[in-house]
Write a protein that binds this ligand. Structure first.
Ligand SMILES: [Zn+2]
Length: 319
């Protein structure tokens, strides 16, 4: 029996209004307590992956539903426009957008950060932090009953983490240039755009490309609200999937042309404005008031548009 979370219903609605140039596939189905939880991937544009690709990822941490919602609302924004906007249709002739809006469907449906096995998927890659990481938060192997559990040493990756990694490896081994935005929420007052590494404060090998993108972004949208920094400026963690995928790409095709970004939407402002939220587990990670929710949905559309354009026009940052 398929699960009926509001997010999975919304995904079905999106599928029912998909334009011709989009397609959807189920990458994997997770079984949990007699229900099935498919992991969907949408793609628009050049399905042969010969073109630059932007990948949008949400719902790695199930509690941070807002990430899934931002990706789904962007897909809706595209699907509606693709019905009538011919310029947008031709934009996708040599550009590819892939979206995996809900990597951890069990976590989203059951309000858990981890997957059904209690594993924090963003601590589950076979990567150890080089710099000392924070106790527990950085990832640990003590017990799946505690948050930030990495999984047992030597175990294969969890199905959800492996599904995401396999999907990204497929893209980055073919597509000439790839950017990713992985949507999270919960840390701090600001919206932060993080690039690797999470495992160490060593300089990120593609720092020149990051700096080029940041310069263009700052010039293009001087009013933007994002704090751009390596994740390790805030804290280092074990098992980060993006560290793992970036290193995999560099080991196999050393081109500095794959840059995975994480958008960490600062939820503490939502708390500051509505302190009662602190009593709700979901409220720690998601805006509750309608106007704040709508603003969050709108706020990042421009960021995703910019990332689409900069991915397609990669000559300006890939020197
Ligand atoms: Zn997260």
């Amino acid at each position: 029996m398929s699960n009926k979370s509001p997010e999975s219903i919304e995904i079905q609605e999106l599928i029912s209004k998909m334009p011709d140039i989009a397609k959807v596939e189920v990458l994997e189905t997770i079984q949990y307590k007699d229900q099935s939880y498919p992991i969907h991937q949408f793609s628009i544009g050049d399905s042969k992956l010969n073109s630059p690709t932007l990948v949008l990822v949400g719902g790695v941490h199930g509690l941070e539903k807002i990430g899934t919602h931002v990706v789904l609302s962007y897909l809706n924004f595209l699907f509606e426009q693709l019905k009538w906007n011919q310029d947008l249709q031709s934009f996708f002739k040599n550009f590819n957008l892939i979206a995996i809006p809900m990597v951890n469907p069990v976590g989203v449906a059951h309000n858990k950060r981890s997957n059904g096995n209690g594993v924090d998927l963003m601590r589950n890659a076979p990567v150890d932090a080089i710099n000392k990481s924070l106790f527990l938060i950085g990832g640990h192997r003590i017990s799946p009953l505690l948050p930030w559990y990495r999984g047992k040493k030597g175990d294969p990756m969890q199905a959800e983490a492996k599904t995401l990694c396999d999907a990204i490896k497929r893209v980055i081994s073919k597509s000439p240039k790839t950017l990713v935005i992985d949507f999270h929420s919960g840390f701090g007052l600001k919206d932060r755009l993080w690039y690797p590494y999470a495992k160490s404060s060593d300089q990120f090998p593609a720092i020149d490309q990051v700096n080029n993108i940041q310069k263009i972004f700052d010039r293009t949208i001087p009013q933007h609200i994002y704090q751009i920094e390596p994740q390790s400026d805030q804290y280092t963690t074990h098992g980060d999937l993006w560290d793992y995928l970036f290193d995999w790409k560099e080991d196999n095709f050393n081109q500095h042309d794959f840059i995975p970004w994480t958008l960490e939407m600062g939820s503490w402002t939502w708390l500051k404005k509505n302190p009662i939220q602190i009593f709700s587990k979901l409220g720690l990670f998601n805006p509750i008031k309608n106007h704040r929710y709508d603003r969050t949905m709108r706020r990042h559309l421009l960021l995703i548009d910019f990332f689409s354009n900069i991915t397609k026009n990669w000559e300006v940052w890939k020197k």
